[in-house]
Design a protein around this ligand. Structure first.
Ligand code: ZN
Length: 165
């Protein structure tokens, strides 16, 4: 069956940047499984998958606005360590994540990641590592089936490669 909304889709993929830098791929024998039409994969890839069928190969070039968003310069910030509460300051290390309001868009929460510490300053970024990147997906559709009522009520796929409870 072709991929429509509420299909459970299994696929193998590789993804690279437009510059040819490897980003990610599915593991041998372990296709990625998702519920189509629920925003579980980047919008551009979901659109490219629609209507495709088992055995089809898809090459898709996805621009940042249809992938992980544009790179926002103002989300790469230098923050004095003193702004963090005393209780969490020891945890402020590279890789630490915290939620804070967007510096210029009131009410929009952003997840920031600490990338480095220098003296009393933390270098943080609210940009996804793939923000601003055009991505090249190479996809093979492995299986397509209807979602069960339970999967639809949960909003995700169950079983191998899907969600386990
Ligand atoms: Zn579930």
């Amino acid at each position: 069956m072709p991929i429509i909304n509420d299909s459970v889709v299994s696929f193998h993929y590789t993804v690279a940047t437009a510059e040819g830098e490897h980003v990610d791929k599915s593991e041998e024998g372990q296709p990625l499984v998702y519920l189509h039409g629920h925003g579980q994969i980047v919008p551009g890839l979901e659109a490219a998958m629609a209507g495709r069928d088992v055995g089809e190969h898809i090459d898709a070039t996805i621009t940042p606005d249809q992938a992980y968003g544009e790179h926002e310069q103002e989300l790469d910030m230098q923050v004095p360590l003193e702004v963090f509460p005393d209780s969490i300051r020891p945890e402020i290390q590279p890789g630490f994540r915290f939620k804070a309001e967007h510096p210029t868009v009131a009410g929009r929460d952003i997840v920031f990641t600490v990338h480095g510490i220098e003296g009393e300053q933390a270098f943080v970024s609210g940009n996804h590592p793939l923000a601003g990147k055009t991505l090249q997906f190479s996809v093979d559709v492995v299986a397509v089936r209807h979602a069960s009522p339970e999967e639809l009520s949960h909003g995700h796929a169950h079983g191998p490669g899907g969600h386990h409870h």
